[in-house]
Design a protein around this ligand. Structure first.
Ligand code: ADP
Length: 242
């Protein structure tokens, strides 16, 4: 057995591979990562993510490498990977080998969506479905943490419904992300936990006027990539039975 462990800033993800096949995965809050590696030996683990060096590992792999390996597991045509995680958004342009990172004032990160969900007592998973109930979109310009929140509140005071304000927030969020994506890129793949929010995805697709590719479970792609990279290394080293 070989595992990919993505020790991310917000969530820890593990994927298990047996005989080159994905056998299962688990996602927990990042501080609970130890639960994922119980009964595993360090030499079975290829780690990635923000805390990749803080967890047991045979090799720690950067998030850029793991994202590329993980996305290629699902898609052969890829120009740009956009990874929207808990604390930052990363854009990898495979054609130019450029890498962009946005980690400023929670703009365009999962932490911002969590702040909004907590403040309005809406389960995080419901933000996406609320988006599609909006009959109009409230204008939100700021995505910088508390400033965006106060803008959302003032739109509610003016009479917009909560779903219209949430939809407006998703558009503001997506605008922030779209600024990082190269304008002429064709095959854009979205990964990361935030991509489970269909409101964000729809807003981003609208703004970019592009169809976006999304793997079935976008939050485990870097863990899959770390495992795939590990499988390649083991093969090169002549490892058997993995
Ligand atoms: P990291 O690797 O930085 O820890 P992840 O890619 O695991 O980040 O994404 C974590 C973020 O995903 C959380 O901040 C949360 O906002 C978002 N998220 C996780 N599950 C869902 C869900 N079901 N719906 C919407 N957002 C989600």
């Amino acid at each position: 057995m070989l595992v990919g462990l993505d020790a991310g800033s917000t969530a820890a993800k593990i994927v298990k591979f047996e005989n080159h096949r994905l056998k299962g995965y688990r996602i927990v809050e990042s501080h609970r990562w130890k639960e994922l590696v119980k009964n595993l030996r360090a030499d079975e683990i290829f780690s990635t993510g923000y805390f990749r060096k803080n967890v047991p590992h045979r090799q720690a792999i950067t998030e850029i490498t793991s994202a590329i390996y993980g996305v290629r597991h699902y898609f052969s045509d890829v120009d740009v990977i956009t990874d929207i995680g808990g604390q930052d958004t990363k854009v990898i342009d495979l054609n130019t080998n450029r890498f962009l990172l946005n980690d400023k004032c929670s703009a365009g990160t999962g932490a911002f969506l969590e702040l909004v969900a907590n403040y309005f007592s809406i389960p995080l998973e419901k933000l996406g479905t609320m988006h599609f109930k909006a009959k109009k979109i409230a204008e939100i310009n700021n995505t910088c943490g508390v400033f965006a929140l106060s803008e959302m509140i003032s739109q509610l005071v003016k009479g917009y419904k909560i779903e219209e304000v949430i939809a407006g927030m998703h558009y503001a969020f997506a605008r922030r992300i779209s600024e990082l994506v190269p304008a002429d890129s064709e095959n854009i793949v979205l990964i990361g936990g935030v991509v489970k929010n269909k409101g964000v995805v729809t807003a981003l697709s609208d703004i970019l006027s592009k169809t976006l590719k999304i793997p079935k479970e976008p939050q485990i792609i870097n863990a899959i990539g770390a495992a795939k990279y590990g499988l390649e290394i083991m093969k090169r080293e002549g490892g058997k039975g993995r």
